[in-house]
Design a binder for this molecule. Structure first.
Ligand SMILES: [Zn+2]
Ligand SMILES: [Zn+2]
Length: 216
């Protein structure tokens, strides 16, 4: 078991404790800001100005799934464009350097954002509750998906081989995983997406060697 696992390691250098500590410090700051966003959303909900709802029957069961997928698609698009802008020399140092400081990502890097980046990321959720009717279950499901996905893409090793369980290989090419995002942390100029490879492929920021690296 050990050998294939080691083969799939994505780190170029050994991980150092100093990087992990810096990532934890930034994550704590980001978490505090995200907590403030949650507080704002809850008080806006209490005032009745958001589109959040609590009764499933209001839009039907099917809408839970549709709105869940819709939010992931919209968030992926939002993330692609802000992330690409973060890498512009004008913005990188004060908006996004913190996330890349460790070089090779670890799970601790997942939410290691400079405060201005945390603000822009948090604004997505502050905005979306005013734009699309969302059940609280959907909102929580999106937040959980985002968290698990962020940890998976920053693992530092590939958990899912190109042929995984029942997942067809052609479908796997449209989802972002650890190898895909590790390439972003190494190269900076490719792979800006969050969940799906769609925008990278459409706008020419997809590493042409990715499929070879992933063994697809
Ligand atoms: Zn980046
Ligand atoms: Zn990252």
């Amino acid at each position: 078991m050990g050998k294939p696992f080691v083969k799939r390691r994505l780190h170029l250098r050994p991980v150092v404790w100093k990087s992990i500590r810096q990532d934890i410090e930034l994550s704590v700051l980001s978490a505090i800001f995200f907590g403030l966003c949650a507080a704002f959303i809850m008080s806006a909900y209490d005032s009745g100005v958001t589109l959040l709802y609590t009764s499933v029957s209001e839009y039907g069961l099917w809408y839970l799934a549709v709105s869940f997928v819709a939010v992931l698609i919209i968030q992926d698009m939002y993330f692609y464009f802000i992330h690409r802008a973060f890498h512009h020399p004008l913005f990188f140092k004060w908006l996004h350097y913190g996330h890349h400081r460790s070089g090779d990502p670890t799970p601790w890097t997942s939410f290691a954002f400079d405060l201005p980046e945390a603000v822009i990321q948090g604004l997505f959720f502050v905005g979306i509750v005013f734009l699309i009717p969302l059940h609280f279950i959907t909102l929580i499901a999106v937040l959980m998906t985002m968290t698990v996905w962020a940890v998976l893409t920053h693992l530092g090793f590939e958990l899912f081989p190109s042929r995984f369980w029942f997942f067809p290989q052609w479908l796997g090419k449209w989802f972002i995983g650890s190898t895909h995002h590790a390439i972003h942390h190494h190269k900076y100029r490719v792979h800006y997406g969050l969940y799906f490879t769609f925008w990278d492929k459409l706008l020419g920021t997809h590493d042409p060697n990715y499929e070879v690296k992933k063994g697809m």
